[in-house]
Ligand binder design. Structure first.
Ligand SMILES: [Zn+2]
Length: 432
């Protein structure tokens, strides 16, 4: 399959779309015939066997919201899998709010997961015999600080084909200083962790004057990477940060270009559309909602599914790959801010200005209603009145409204159920 992926990345975007519709047309028929959910949604299906949907017909297929997928449950699962698509286990996304989405994997979707993991290694020319240090949410009793735990290889996707170096795991429950001490002992070639954790790790490493002599790349998972994340890691370690965009429901959605900081959609796995408020495709430079269709999942068909994320459509990439470009990926809709005038915006939080006001170690903004935001802070010293006023001005300005701010001091801000840290949470109902 790597040979095929090596070829298809250079196809033109038109040719890629044509092949995607060739793959999705039988899936649409399959979903209509073998799931109660799509039978009710589509009402009828006029496609003949071997007929391929045109782009116009595709655009007429109704979108499916996250809430609908959550509520569909077993109605979404196919009652008849084609040969070769053996049913796999259940995958439950670790959404920190609301109902989790549950989909079924198959042998085929697992196979594709492995293939794109390998493509990511190949694109970014990793030395697979190097030492990989992973700091993330770990299973119970795994990776306990201060020692962490060791595994023989990098993981099943890579180990089946290549001999890989050891990987080391430390639970994200370790303090930043424990993490740095642990990393110093191992001297890693690669570090993989959550962006918010990496930012603090990089800043603390700089303060303590720690460099890792063998470190080649920082890799990320589970959270939105901002320009600030890249800058902090670059300033501390002077090496590139490589991000990717995936979801548990559909696997890899986009990988970072080998030559640029933007992302190429993984079209051999998913048809990913960026749509505006009228469900029309966004032009380069515009931000819209991410709508995905999984090309290979015949167990739980996901067709024009609104993932809940937003992204910015990019221009074709100078590297020559025909895989379309995403320039920015924004977090889930549940993290959007509701203004009293009814507008919903991507909240700008956590600028360096916060840290110019006071020694703020960690922060989290929680919108409790359309007029109020709770500011959770981890600080060395309680803020003075002057500092509080200064911070209030910055936050109100960046949130575009004079919200009533309620300050709370904490020893540590807890992570969500999935081990992610969310710097902005809204308690307001986010579904349409
Ligand atoms: Zn590129």
């Amino acid at each position: 399959m790597q040979y095929q992926l090596e070829q298809t990345q250079w196809w033109s975007s038109q040719s890629i779309l044509r092949h995607q519709l060739q793959q999705l047309s039988p899936l649409v028929t399959h979903a209509f015939r073998t799931t109660d959910f799509y039978k009710q949604l589509y009402k009828y299906n006029s496609l003949k066997p071997n007929e391929v949907l045109t782009p116009e017909q595709w655009a007429d297929i109704p979108l499916v919201s996250r809430l609908e997928i959550q509520q569909a449950g077993a109605k979404l699962v196919s009652n008849q899998l084609p040969n070769g698509h053996r049913m796999g286990g259940e995958i439950s996304t670790s959404g920190s709010t609301g109902l989790p989405v549950v989909v079924r994997s198959t042998q085929v979707t697992k196979h594709f997961w492995h293939a794109f993991t390998l493509r990511d290694h190949l694109w970014h020319k990793r030395n697979l015999e190097g030492k990989l240090c992973v700091i993330r949410k770990a299973d119970k009793n795994q990776g306990m600080p201060p020692q962490g735990s060791v595994a023989k290889g990098w993981g099943p996707s890579t180990d089946v084909i290549y001999k890989t170096g050891p990987s080391y795991l430390l639970s994200i429950t370790a303090s930043i200083d424990e993490q740095l001490d642990w990393l110093q002992k191992i001297n890693p070639d690669y570090i993989l962790s959550y962006p918010s954790n990496l930012e603090l790790l990089a800043a603390t490493a700089r303060k303590r004057g720690i460099r890792f002599s063998a470190l080649q790349q920082i890799r990320t998972l589970g959270e939105v990477v901002t320009q600030q994340t890249r800058q902090q890691c670059h300033d501390a370690f002077n090496i590139p940060l490589v991000d990717n965009y995936s979801c548990q429901e559909a696997g890899y959605l986009a990988l970072q270009c080998p030559e640029h900081e933007h992302y190429h959609i993984q079209c051999e796995n998913v048809l990913l559309e960026i749509l505006d408020d009228n469900n029309k495709p966004c032009k380069p430079g515009e931000t819209g909602k991410v709508v995905i269709s999984s090309l290979h999942n015949y167990a739980t068909p996901l067709i024009r599914y609104e993932l809940g994320d937003f992204a910015e459509q990019g221009e074709p990439c100078a590297c020559g790959r025909g895989l379309p470009v995403l320039t920015k990926i924004l977090g889930r809709k549940r993290n959007m801010l509701f203004l009293p005038n009814g507008k919903i915006i991507w909240p700008l939080v956590g600028s360096d200005d916060y840290r110019n006001v006071a020694d703020i170690k960690q922060f989290q903004l929680v919108q409790t209603d359309t007029e109020s935001v709770t500011v959770n802070l981890v600080v060395a010293d309680t803020l003075s009145t002057v500092q509080k006023d200064a911070l209030t001005t910055i936050i109100q300005y960046s949130l575009q409204h004079p919200f009533k701010l309620d300050y709370r001091y904490m020893d540590e801000i807890p992570r969500s159920k999935g081990g992610k840290f969310e710097d902005f949470v809204s308690m307001l109902k986010q579904h349409d």
